[in-house]
Design a protein around this ligand. Sequence first.
Ligand SMILES: NC(=O)C1=CN([C@@H]2O[C@H](COP(=O)(O)OP(=O)(O)OC[C@H]3O[C@@H](n4cnc5c(N)ncnc54)[C@H](OP(=O)(O)O)[C@@H]3O)[C@@H](O)[C@H]2O)C=CC1
Ligand SMILES: Nc1nc(=O)c2c([nH]1)NC[C@@H]1CN(c3ccc(C(=O)N[C@@H](CCC(=O)O)C(=O)O)cc3)C=[N+]21
Length: 292
Amino acid sequence: MNILDGKILAAKIREELAAAVEEIKAEGGKIPHLAAVLVGEDPASQVYVRNKVRSCEKIGFKSTLIRRPADVSEDELLGIVEELNQDEDIDGFIVQLPLPEHIDENRVTLAIQPGKDVDGFHPVNFGRMAQGLPAYIPATPNGILEMLKRYEIETAGKEVVVVGRSNIVGMPMGILMALKAYPGNATVTICHSRTRDLAEHTRRADIVIAAIGRPNFITADMLKEGVVIVDVGINRVDDEDAPRGYRLVGDVDFDSAATKASWITPVPGGVGQLTVVSLLMNTLKASRGEVY
Ligand SMILES: NC(=O)C1=CN([C@@H]2O[C@H](COP(=O)(O)OP(=O)(O)OC[C@H]3O[C@@H](n4cnc5c(N)ncnc54)[C@H](OP(=O)(O)O)[C@@H]3O)[C@@H](O)[C@H]2O)C=CC1
Ligand SMILES: Nc1nc(=O)c2c([nH]1)NC[C@@H]1CN(c3ccc(C(=O)N[C@@H](CCC(=O)O)C(=O)O)cc3)C=[N+]21
């Protein structure tokens, strides 16, 4: 069993991004600038946004964090999005999800100018991605592609089973793995809560990508010998012995799955690390005008 190490890879990519910033500075070019909008006090969202801002600082990007309380009106939020769309110094921005109940996430996502949508959540980016055209690819799927590429995991002709079909992870991941590209060219099955016999599908898989949101859900008996496992899940489980009273586990039961896997991502220290750097990679592309 080998570890697909997100932490080491993310550090390496951050070094590459920092070198790119140095080059931009030497040429007197514009420093990439990412903005993030955080609504409310959701503890996980605060951790993620903090990680994003901290990563910007580490590599020399500019970052702006805009915070509003959970009772912010939809109109005020749409006004902030419009300001960020117009602000010429900002190359890309994200609105952290989930948003409070009273705000229509689709409406907010649609308001983001596709050229600044470094999350790749706007339907224009999603559509372009699905057609294999230049687009911002959502950070988590993009990070997974980067991980498969850098570890030289073969995907052509492989059976890939994606568990989960959310707009931000499962569905784009399935599409990307089916595209005529590397990593891609796979035969893809997308499973979800209405799948009749999940284990029947996962047992056939050469590569399992789990994005479910249920702790330790995938176990060794559901897997084939030699499978590659990408565990997207980030679940907090109570643990009195842990410093914060909880610890993070994936959607895959790591110890059990490790007995079958040829490669496996840990949680934490796996996909989540790359999610953050791939957002920065998208921001660099935005500032260079490489996508639009
Ligand atoms: N590492 C990272 O960077 C990131 C991690 N995450 C984590 O990944 C996980 C998934 O996130 P996200 O995609 O946003 O979650 P969603 O809740 O939006 O989607 C979960 C998906 O899993 C499916 N599902 C739920 N229960 C089952 C089941 N018993 N059998 C099969 N499928 C099931 C759902 O099916 P249905 O559609 O039918 O409801 C749905 O498609 C979470 O733990 C989240 O915290 C998320 C984003 C980034
Ligand atoms: N507009 C928007 N864009 C997103 O990209 C987005 C979002 N909303 N909402 C929620 C999900 C989740 N997500 C993660 C980001 C960082 C880690 C991360 O840093 N993980 C660390 C550990 C984090 C910790 O210690 O809690 C790791 O896995 O090693 C994880 C998950 C981005 N998402």
